[in-house]
Design a protein around this ligand. Structure first.
Ligand code: 13P
Ligand code: SF4
Length: 329
């Protein structure tokens, strides 16, 4: 019997094995595909078949042919994959990989919030539990929120949750007055405006890249605000060769890989204890846990069937709208 008490397979790693080789061998044996978010550890990104932001991972989950998806990301990403592919086995190597933003929006309170706003369309960020998605009309990610919300009829009343910063950003861009749930991500809220301005003073030639989950003062000094993928694309395409990056530090791996001649400086958090911001949930996924998850095919993501039936509609609506808007293929 496999021990899952800790939320991941707690089994010893056989001595002397090459972990990376064994993961690739097991992946083949299990007919599995490994998908990773850009915030994953370098060594996980190096092994993944697909790396992407939240939108790409949802889109890929709906498309991949393999019967097993190992999602190196956080719990809501695994849930989204399972909801889109109920017949597949979806594994997240450590079930403790949660999300402070999703946790800032418990489903029972969100349902009350929805009920308190009759006649409003409910738009939810993908960083939510399946139960929140089940009371949602359309899901968005940071990669499509502006376009999807912009495509809704102008007189449509909207409530948006859970990220107040992204909601505030979209309100500003679209001129909407969406009613916002008061949630936030602990990583993107941590950046210090004073330290960022100091960094900019020391690196006058650098451009500032900011994720829209960051608060307004940080967004206001950005040269580019965008989803993880959009920031990466911007860095690749820009003529500038130095960037200060205000988002989770995992993306720096891909930025440096794709732009070998350019310099990327992680924006410092408020407490100044380190030079980077890391999502402790994303970093829970390690090579050892990935290896054991493939070996024992656990921990598997399950979603209550009734919840999944309701939650799949707003996720599919997001994918359809994203395709119609030319954001994904
Ligand atoms: P994106 O992947 O949409 O950029 O969102 C960032 C994030 O915080 C994922 O949890
Ligand atoms: Fe959630 Fe923030 Fe971590 Fe993304 S970076 S998974 S929003 S806690």
């Amino acid at each position: 019997m496999v021990n899952l008490d800790k939320g991941y397979v707690d089994a010893p790693i056989p001595e002397g094995i090459d972990l990376k080789e064994e993961i690739l061998r097991l992946k083949k044996e299990r007919h599995a595909v490994i998908m990773a978010h850009y915030y994953q550890r370098e060594e996980i990104q190096q092994l993944a078949d697909h790396i992407g932001d939240s939108l790409a991972l949802a889109q890929l989950a709906a498309k991949v042919e393999e019967p097993v998806i190992v999602l190196c990301g956080v719990h809501f990403m695994g849930e989204t994959a399972k909801i889109l592919c109920p017949e597949k086995t979806v594994i997240v190597p450590d079930i403790n990989a949660g999300c402070s933003l999703a946790d800032s929006c418990p489903a029972p309170e969100f349902k009350k919030f929805v009920e308190a706003h009759p006649g409003h369309t409910v738009v939810s960020y993908v960083n939510t539990s399946a139960a929140v998605k089940a009371v949602t009309d359309v899901v968005v990610t940071s990669g499509n929120a502006r376009e999807i919300i912009g495509a809704l009829p102008e007189d449509e009343k909207i409530i948006f949750g859970p990220d107040r910063n992204l909601g505030n950003y979209i309100n500003g861009l679209t001129g909407r007055h969406m009613v916002l749930w008061d949630g936030a991500c602990h990583v993107h809220e941590q950046f210090s405006i004073e330290k960022l301005l100091q960094l900019k003073k020391e690196n006058g030639d650098a451009q500032i890249l900011v994720h829209p989950e960051c608060p307004k003062p940080i967004r206001m000094i950005a040269d580019k605000v965008g989803s993880t993928q959009a920031l990466l694309n911007y860095a690749v395409e820009s003529d500038c060769d130095k960037f200060i990056v205000a988002t989770e530090s995992g993306i720096l791996f891909k930025m440096r890989e794709k732009c070998p001649g350019k310099t990327f400086i992680p924006a410092p958090p408020e407490d100044g204890k380190c030079a980077c911001n890391e999502c402790n949930f994303m970093k829970l996924i390690t090579l050892e846990k990935l290896y054991n998850s493939l070996r024992y095919m656990q921990p598997e993501i399950t979603v209550d069937k009734r919840v999944a039936k309701a939650a799949v509609k707003p996720i599919e609506r997001m994918l359809t709208m994203s395709r119609d808007l030319g954001l994904i293929k």
